[in-house]
Design a binder for this molecule. Structure first.
Ligand SMILES: Cc1cc2nc3c(=O)[nH]c(=O)nc-3n(C[C@H](O)[C@H](O)[C@H](O)COP(=O)(O)OP(=O)(O)OC[C@H]3O[C@@H](n4cnc5c(N)ncnc54)[C@H](O)[C@@H]3O)c2cc1C
Length: 373
């Protein structure tokens, strides 16, 4: 029997476990993940498909929480701009970005290691059923030692996009609307930017290419209804290869992941009775850039602060109040979506050069070259 059981040990879940146990060591807290986060071997180390860019908002959240990142998490290069290619309008632009380029898998393991010993950790354990009881919740978990059943007073969904826990407890939730494909190519070029690409013939979302040490990570997100995602992804890869002049040697591996992108008007509830949602399970991710680590760190901090009151009714009320600015921010981002994703409006914005940095002539191709790609 737990006081608090967290499902999912991504940035949201691990951070929450760390903060809760710091505040209150009398509560019995557990965290469950289907991945193995302490030992990392080929077979046990499932990697979350992610660009691994720590945004400025995420850096602010790390600062608030007094967290530092060891340089061992960094990958090369660290860049200071995003280079946008708008294939729809044959336009390009550079925009300043102060992201940290990190190894996402190492980041998750780092956060997991920061969870104190007082928290009971279950790795390589898949949650297969969640039920609401009269008081609390019952969680069924499949582990290498068989099936285990836990009960908990409060339950936290930190299991990311397409949250299984959320689908079990909130029947109206139909799952994530988008999914991503990401592939790793050999590349020794150290670009001074990462690429963001818009191309309606590929997707109504966007694609990216990020140098990570000796590889180039190319990714793209598609609506779930897209039937030819792999073909379209290959089309994008070919365009990147032609544009960046990389030699797409055989694929190292391909990853996939769901992405929450709320085009719909409803918000995730964040909390129902003594059930709480944090990070992407709560739909807290930018619908425009898919930046979600800052939201994962922030929602987990806000929930940990709300739990500090140690009274379930107040915890819920306090958390719901605390996440109001996040809901507002997500709403604003949703309103701004057409500026980025409607080709005509995007054309005006890129041409206006608002917030763009001046081009450095030798690093840029001409409009004609972009068109030929
Ligand atoms: C392709 C892609 C690129 C992205 N790039 C960036 C980026 O560059 N920067 C950025 O800030 N954000 C990025 N994001 C978003 C970011 O990855 C997520 O928003 C962030 O990881 C959310 O953290 P989380 O802890 O809520 O969920 P997750 O990181 O998804 O963690 C959920 C955890 O729950 C576990 N889990 C799930 N189901 C179960 C189950 N049934 N039983 C047990 N465990 C379970 C999973 O193993 C996982 O460890 C990207 C997303 C995608 C898909």
């Amino acid at each position: 029997m737990f006081d608090i059981l967290i499902i999912g040990a991504g940035p949201a879940g691990s951070n929450l476990a760390r903060l809760l146990s710091k505040q209150n060591n009398k509560m019995k807290i557990g965290i469950i993940d289907k991945r193995s986060l302490l030992q990392s071997t080929e077979t046990t180390n499932r990697t979350k498909a992610c660009g691994g860019l720590i945004s400025e908002d995420a850096q602010v959240e790390l600062a608030i929480q007094g967290l530092t990142l060891p340089t061992s998490l960094y990958v090369t290069p660290q860049f200071f701009k995003v280079h946008i290619i708008d294939f729809d309008n044959q336009l390009e632009g550079d925009y300043p970005r102060h992201y940290l380029n990190i190894d996402r898998s190492a980041f998750d393991r780092y956060l997991f290691k920061l969870i104190p010993e007082t928290v009971v950790k279950f790795e390589a354990s898949l949650v297969t059923e969640v039920k609401r009881l009269e008081k609390g919740y019952r969680v069924q978990v499949v582990t290498s030692n068989g099936i285990k059943i836990f009960e908990t007073k409060s339950l936290i969904a930190a299991d990311g996009a397409n949250s299984f826990t959320r689908r079990q407890l909130i029947k109206t939730y139909s799952g994530a609307d988008y999914f991503s494909i990401q592939a790793i190519y050999e590349s020794d070029q150290h670009f001074s930017h990462y690429l963001g690409m818009f191309d309606q013939s590929v997707t109504d979302y966007y694609g990216w290419a990020i140098q990570k040490d000796h590889t180039l990570q190319i990714g793209c997100a598609f609506p779930k209804s897209e039937k030819h995602a792999h073909l379209k992804f290959q089309l994008l890869v070919n365009k990147v290869a032609a544009y960046e002049g990389i030699n797409t040697k055989p694929l190292a591996f391909t990853e996939g992941a769901n992405i929450e992108r709320f085009n719909r008007t409803e918000f995730a509830p964040f909390s129902l009775k003594d059930f709480y949602l944090v990070g992407e399970a709560a739909g807290a991710i930018s619908p425009s850039s898919a930046e979600g680590i800052s939201f994962a760190l922030k929602t987990s901090r806000l929930l940990a602060e709300a739990f500090f009151l140690e009274d379930c009714v107040n915890t819920r009320r306090r958390y719901l109040r605390a996440v109001m600015p996040i809901k507002f921010k997500l709403l604003l981002k949703r309103i701004k979506l057409p500026a980025m994703f409607h080709p005509y409006i995007r054309r005006i914005i890129i041409k206006s050069r608002i917030t763009a940095i001046p081009p450095y002539t030798t690093s840029h191709r001409t409009k004609k070259q972009t068109k030929s790609v």
